[in-house]
Design a protein around this ligand. Sequence first.
Ligand SMILES: NC(=O)c1ccc[n+]([C@@H]2O[C@H](COP(=O)([O-])OP(=O)(O)OC[C@H]3O[C@@H](n4cnc5c(N)ncnc54)[C@H](O)[C@@H]3O)[C@@H](O)[C@H]2O)c1
Length: 354
Amino acid sequence: MKPLRIAVFGAGLIGRRHIDTILACPEDAELVGIADPLIGADKYPQVRAPFFKSHTELLDKAKPDAVVIATPNSLHGPQGIDCARRGIHVIIEKPVTESLETAAALLKEVRRAGVKTLTGHHRRYAAPIRAAKQMLSDGRIGRLVGVSVLWATRKPDAYFDVAWRKAPGGGPVLINLIHEIDLMRHLAGEMSSITGTASNAVRGFAVEDTSGAVITFANQAVGTILCTDTGLSPWTIEQGTAENPAFAYTGENSYRFIGTEGALELPTLKLWTARDPKQIGWDKPLAATPIRVADTDPYVEQLRHFRRVIQDGEAPVVSAEDGARTLAATLAVVESGKSGRPVELAPLFEKLIA
Ligand SMILES: NC(=O)c1ccc[n+]([C@@H]2O[C@H](COP(=O)([O-])OP(=O)(O)OC[C@H]3O[C@@H](n4cnc5c(N)ncnc54)[C@H](O)[C@@H]3O)[C@@H](O)[C@H]2O)c1
């Protein structure tokens, strides 16, 4: 198979990661252009591909097979539609769009054009997550009863020098919680309803700094999550792995899946089972088994998977529609906090494909 001819929109923080990933995988992808109105070739001496100020100029001149959209959230929808209308496949960074209305408009164009999509929930490709998915579906902890997730860290004060991070949409719900909701959907199954709450009490910005939710899954498992960017703790998935150098490593687990026959902690993968499988009960000793998996780069895995989705017809691990369901569930946390009522997700999922 030939490498994908791929372009990147947005050469900022995460765009750089995608650009470096593409350059590191010449058998899978060839970088054919970068569009960013503010960032040019001087910031990327390693790149030979042309830079464009406008994404449409890039599409018309470089004619890529596929694009990674790594621009601000509100551009994901319109830029994704511009790609779909030209028959160009897309990886769209999370959140897939900034609202359910724009997600529905994007999905309509994607279906009409028949282009392939991924949403950039890169953690689904991480080795411990893939191993956990396998262990849960193999029934290693029995029937899933529930899952408890923490994402709690204190972002440095300078992080909030940028105005949009203090405004609605710029807070930990759409930036951080969305990743956890996505992983919970991926590992525990589809969600059916969410009761949430959100608070801005500590920082006092217009956007939330803390949120929490109780989740009912379609398989009747129950989940809880606490997400805050104003509390100091060792419990975020980033701190538990070394995936993001911006986070100080703690090696602590922040996910606990509980089943009838045992429990599984993530991201370091610790399996708890009865020491004697014939004797299960709170008075019987447990055994903890650490599970080791070889490290891989989830961005490389995501890019390779994208090539196989386009060229070999592999089913997408997380399509734009799947990403839109994650968005719907994430926004439901804040919505429920405002209304004080649970949000049923099925009607929202239906609207996405209406
Ligand atoms: N998967 C992840 O873990 C992850 C991590 C960080 C960011 N993100 C997502 O990636 C997106 C970008 O975030 P970031 O932190 O890299 O932001 P950023 O501000 O660092 O980069 C965005 C870039 O887009 C450029 N841009 C603005 N308008 C443009 C246009 N019309 N066409 C092309 N480029 C344009 C900006 O000049 C900037 O360089 C956001 O949606 C964010 O949620 C995902």
